[in-house]
Write a protein that binds this ligand. Structure first.
Ligand SMILES: Nc1ncnc2c1ncn2[C@@H]1O[C@H](COP(=O)(O)OP(=O)(O)OP(=O)(O)O)[C@@H](O)[C@H]1O
Ligand SMILES: [Mg+2]
Length: 253
């Protein structure tokens, strides 16, 4: 009979979406670590150009240069990028994912740099190729993939999480959060009709908050997460640390 540890070994394919600040990174990072702690192999996929997932995983700050640049090279005509010599999606994920706590591996699309999107564009294109290549990659068949998507519906619409069999849409008990959640659910159902699309109510104080989320979204919440003072405190400490390092000339965004 499968126990909690056995369950963790069933690979999941999850994309986490929601409005800005709804708690996507906290949920993605926490799930990734819990599954890894129980013995599951986990690749966390961070497709946000802004920091977030490495903080909730406890692996931050992100490197200044996106590791996936290492998997890419300029096309001979100089227009755009292609795989580096001998490289392919699974190999790129194996070689360029970073170690995070509890044995989680973290693959970054790359982070926004002061000099603009050009500084990440090759890595970003490569990340796209990797997530598409991982869908059927035998090397990752036994792995749980957890994608932390940037705020809003655009990455869902634009197919940045082709691996997702489960969409978790994180919603706080506010009208704006619910409206964005509804839009994402609609887009995700069009994009991947065969996947499961689940509402996660976050930062709820009580059952009334859960009911409020359900009413605003128009469907039941699959699960709910309470307001957690420790989570809020950890975020503040991390933000303060990043600020200090940046002030001190650290090389990251
Ligand atoms: N259940 C919770 N209890 C307390 N604080 C929370 C909870 N969930 C998230 N937070 C806090 O809310 C803030 C936003 O969370 P998080 O970064 O996970 O959101 P996000 O949806 O990933 O945001 P972004 O759109 O910027 O990527 C953080 O400061 C986080 O610590
Ligand atoms: Mg985030």
């Amino acid at each position: 009979m499968p126990d909690a540890a056995g369950d963790a070994l069933v690979p999941l394919r999850i994309a986490v979406a929601g409005k800005g600040g709804s708690g996507k990174s906290v949920l993605s990072g926490t799930m990734a670590r819990l599954i890894a702690r129980r013995g599951g192999r986990v690749l966390a996929l961070d497709s946000d150009l802004l920091p977030g997932l490495s903080m909730s995983l406890g692996s931050g700050p992100d490197p200044a240069e996106a590791p996936l640049w290492g998997a890419t090279q300029k096309k001979p005509d100089g227009r755009g990028y292609m795989w580096g010599e001998g490289m392919h999606a699974a190999l790129a994920a194996q070689r360029f994912a970073l170690d995070a706590p509890d044995g989680v591996r973290l693959l970054l699309r790359g982070k926004q740099r002061p000099e603009g999107f050009g500084a990440v564009i090759g890595a970003s294109q490569t990340f796209w190729e990797v997530v598409h290549g991982l869908v059927d990659a035998p090397e990752f068949r036994d792995w749980t993939l957890i994608g932390d998507l940037p705020a809003g519906q655009y990455q869902v619409a634009d197919d940045w999480a082709p691996y997702a069999r489960i969409y978790l849409v994180v919603v706080q008990p506010t009208m704006q959060s619910a409206l964005t959640g509804r839009r994402i659910l609609r887009v995700a159902r069009m994009r991947a009709p065969e996947a499961r699309h689940l509402v996660i109510a976050n930062r709820v104080r009580d059952e009334d908050d859960v009911r409020h989320v359900e009413k605003l979204v128009g469907e039941p919440a699959f699960a709910s997460l309470p307001v957690d003072e420790d989570v809020a405190a950890a975020a503040t400490i991390f933000a303060e640390t990043v600020k200090r390092l940046r002030d001190a000339g650290g090389a990251f965004v």
